[in-house]
Write a protein that binds this ligand. Structure first.
Ligand code: SAH
Length: 347
């Protein structure tokens, strides 16, 4: 996607190979130069045009004039002593901050990236939304989190989840552009290893389905009826559970991809046998998977849960024929849940 920064320069990391080629041809350069530049950006991952040593000085100057190449700076890095989780607080060029977390699984390293600075959605249990919303991230800033984290950690990343700060479907164009650049023929990875999580912005789920990107869609459901969901997720007043599940059915019909429903368990709010029964009824007939997350404590709220409650709730669901797992808690010693580090830093 051709997007400009405040100085009118094109954000080069957000360009797909054919878009980059078109821009390079406009400069009167040969087509193959675009391939070389793409390689410097996405394979060698330089942080300035001056490092592109197989280009003439004249072309490098021209690139500096027409394009910007955004960088992220590590402001803070926390490493878990128990499970190799690493959490980064990145400073963006305008001084804003976002978080990314590398998690180690037996099949490889997955990174959780942010899509916005802050969030408008107002979920009651989420630290990312408390100080409100500042701005969308560009696709290059989303991609930049992956490149910067690989560079700093020296670890190869083989999966990406869009579950950091922000609501991906509220920054739709940049997120889709990011996914397209990530998975283009010379790009970083196939979208089979990418999950996008949403609190349920229904029109965007339909739009995403039409893109047929092959990602896994995660829905932050967290409740089994509208009353309970609206109490913790204001978005439910705009798009209720029935509309949301209709969009999910459509998504599955069009893409054939199983949907993952996230369920943040809160003791005394959504953890009863009755909640499980309602959830099973709601999801009956769906090709899906429920991921139970014992709610992470944030200091602003009084919500609690633990693995024991989560396992009990999983037991209820399994008896009712619903496929469910309890999410492994990673990085507990470094407060790895999204939004917590940025809040401590900025406020
Ligand atoms: N806005 C998107 C993605 C970011 S949040 C979404 O809502 O899906 C990523 C996931 O973490 C969501 O499922 C969100 O509901 C969950 N989450 C946020 N704060 C949490 C907390 N304190 N405990 C457990 N899960 C939380």
């Amino acid at each position: 996607m051709v997007a400009f920064d405040d100085n009118g320069k094109i954000d080069i990391l957000g360009l797909l190979p054919d878009e980059l080629e078109a821009e390079i041809l406009k400069l009167g350069e040969k087509r193959f130069r675009a391939g070389q530049i793409f390689d410097w950006l996405h394979v060698k991952r330089v942080s300035s045009f001056d490092e592109m040593t197989n280009l003439s000085v004249q072309l490098r100057n021209l690139l500096n004039e027409k394009f910007c190449l955004k960088s992220l700076f590590v402001s803070k890095k926390l490493e878990s002593h128990t499970d190799n989780t690493v959490k980064y607080l990145y400073e963006l060029e305008d001084g804003n901050h976002v978080e990314s977390v590398i998690m180690e699984y037996n099949y490889g390293n997955t990174i959780c990236v942010s899509t916005q600075v802050g969030c408008k959605m107002g979920c009651r249990f989420c630290a990312s939304t408390i100080a409100g919303f500042k701005r969308d991230l560009t696709s290059s800033e989303i991609l930049g989190q992956i490149y910067a984290s690989e560079r700093d950690s020296g670890r190869k990343i083989s999966g990406v989840v869009l579950m950091g700060i922000g609501e991906p479907m509220d920054n739709f164009d940049n997120v889709v552009n990011f996914l397209e650049v990530l998975s283009c023929p010379k790009g970083f990875m196939s979208l089979r290893h990418v999950s996008v999580s949403t609190c349920g912005i229904v029109p965007r789920i339909y739009e995403l389905a039409e893109k047929k990107l092959g990602i896994t869609l995660s829905i932050s459901l967290h409740a089994s009826n509208n009353k309970s969901r609206s109490e913790i997720m204001p978005v439910n007043d705009r798009y209720d559970i029935n509309e949301l599940l209709a969009a999910c059915r459509y998504y599955f019909k069009v893409t054939g991809r199983r949907i993952s429903f996230e369920y943040a368990l809160i003791d005394g709010h959504n953890d009863s046998m009755e909640d499980a029964r309602e959830l099973a009824e709601l999801l009956g007939g769906f090709v899906c998977h429920v991921n139970i997350i014992p709610v992470n404590k944030i200091k602003e709220r009084n919500y609690h849960s633990d693995r024991k409650s989560a396992n009990r709730f999983r037991g209820y669901l399994e008896k009712l024929g619903i496929n469910a797992t309890v999410r492994r808690t990673l990085g507990a010693d470094i407060d790895a849940a999204c939004g917590q580090l940025r809040r401590e830093y900025e406020i």
